[in-house]
Write a protein that binds this ligand. Sequence first.
Ligand SMILES: [Zn+2]
Length: 353
Amino acid sequence: MSVTGASVRDAALPLVRRVGPVWGEHWDLANADDDAVVWREPDDLRHRHARGLEAWTAAVSQRLDGPATPVEPGGVLHLAPGVRMWPVPTPTLPPATHTNVFLVGHARAFLVEPAAMGDDVQGIVAWVDGLRAGGLRLEGLLLTHHHADHIGGAAQLREILGAPLCAHPATAERLAPGLRVDVMVHDDDVLPLDHEGRLRLRAVHTPGHAPGHLCFLEESSGVLLAGDMVAGTGTILVEPIDGDMAAYLHSLRRLALLDVTAIAPAHGGVLRPARETFERYVAHRMAREARVVAALCGMAGDASVSDLVPVAYADSPSSVWPLAALSVEAHLVKLRSDGRVHHDRGRWRVAST
Ligand SMILES: [Zn+2]
């Protein structure tokens, strides 16, 4: 059902209450690409997101003023002209339940986060095919990083859609043997999205959560597809195997310096203001690091990670302590690099000054 903006607002208000494009002033209903947008009734939205209403409400709850959000069949959110988001259920880290799949571009487009699994793969295929019928050319599938909740549909979508898989080399080397990356993407690479150059997607290498982690900045709108650097739902795990706490903090500080108007993370809704969000994440990690150091200082002699977790995470329920242990270890590895702690056979102690 295609309707006008005014009636859309009325129809959608009961569910999406004054939500809309992240920055309504940039929204252009005359945009040719968006002429075919179908506005959904609230009941349709509820039906489509019966399994994922939490993700849907999370996605829209942080939106600000402006007209109601236009969505295509399937319940796709338009974050900005040419930037579409579709949350799909994935086996991700609770409390998050979904990963956001993005399609960025008009005439030429990239699909970011091919995370769909099961029936949702066909849903994504139908979505892309519908846009292709309208003239869109899919240039590739972009991976932010190699974690399972981000690549669940990569092999199938690559084959069915016939689009190359694109990722950072450090992601490519961590994928299962059957999943081959066709195009390597490096820091500062610009992926042209249409022949008029209106939209530009710039890759930003942001290691820390994962070695090959890439964010993608759509420069005309300032939307940053942030992968697992920050989260709209839940938290970001930085653990000592794939993760690197020092690199993560460095990447967050770098993102805070970019011209970002809104952050679209892989899990949950849009975050803004951007700079304050990144700075808050840095401050949170530094506060946790201080708690780890204080816990270690409070131990006589040395301590194991499992000794430290109940003290450093006394403010969190014990149910999260197994994951917190990984984070504590990542902090300790950073502190060792900083020369502030020593490590010997699983025991940690504060470095003498
Ligand atoms: Zn991840």
